[in-house]
Design a protein around this ligand. Structure first.
Ligand code: PGA
Length: 252
């Protein structure tokens, strides 16, 4: 199965960077993109159409970083899943820990956002993960189970959603769980998602995110239960990101 590699630009990037990034990624990786990796780039919302045009005819997908839980209405500054679909997005990240902590998003809202995404033909990338404190208290699996239970909408079916395990303490810190820990947590998530959605264990897709870099990506993608990676900081530079995508060649 192809590895899924998602670039999350967060609030970084300008049109000229998008153009340069798109050209480099598309010209350097055609074989890997065809055979080994599915790449999704999630730039800030005003760059979505621009990115879509820059990547026209390529195999790189464009995704958004958030959507609103309602279909449309008086929500100044927010963006509907329907509009994201209309401008060419295929995926949308929901429930990223920065949105949960900085915008107070709850698991219930994350579920409603994911439901809107699915309803409009977008694949939600539903982020979950424990904080440093929860990890220290040995609560990782309990936290994950609770987030899975509430953050995944009822209409989740095989192939229409993706999970991303992002330990909050690993994001942007350079610290990573061990490969064994990643394996354990991913397997726990897969079991829990399968129980919650009735999707077969083999069809539950869970990405790992948090300090993924060119020198650790291939190893992470080889871990059992890891369907791909969600990359923040290291996705901004096309050179680094291409090396990460190339890591997919080392996995099955
Ligand atoms: P990072 O971010 O790769 O910079 O740690 C990952 C993320 O927040 O999705």
């Amino acid at each position: 199965m192809k590895k899924i590699i998602v670039a999350n630009w967060k609030m970084c990037g300008l049109p000229e960077m998008a153009e340069d990034w798109g050209e480099k990624v598309v010209s350097r990786l055609p074989e890997i993109l065809r055979e080994l990796a599915e790449v999704v780039v999630c730039p800030p919302a005003p760059l979505l159409t621009y990115m879509k045009n820059t990547l026209a005819g390529s195999q790189v997908y464009v995704g958004a970083q958030d959507c609103h839980p309602q279909a449309e209405g008086a929500y100044t500054g927010d963006i509907s899943a329907r509009l994201l679909k209309a401008v060419g997005c295929s995926h949308v990240i929901v429930g990223h820990s920065e949105r949960r902590s900085l915008h107070g998003e709850t698991d219930g809202e994350v579920s409603a956002k994911a439901a809107q995404a699915i309803k409009n033909g977008l694949v939600p990338i539903i982020c979950i993960g424990e904080t440093q404190k929860q990890r220290e208290n040995g609560e990782t699996i309990a936290v994950i189970n609770r987030q899975v239970e509430v953050s995944i909408p009822d209409d989740a079916k095989a192939g229409n959603f993706i999970l991303a395990y992002e330990p909050v303490w690993a994001i942007g810190s350079g610290n990573l769980p061990t490969m064994d820990e990643i394996k354990q947590v991913h397997n726990a998530i897969i079991t829990s998602v399968s129980r919650r959605t009735k999707v077969d264990i083999g069809q539950v897709m869970v990405l790992y995110g948090g300090s993924v870099k060119p020198d650790n990506a291939a190893g992470i993608m080889r871990v059992e239960g890891v369907a791909g990676v969600l990359v923040g900081g290291a996705s901004l530079k096309a050179d680094e990101f291409c090396k990460i995508v190339a890591g997919a060649s080392a996995s099955d």
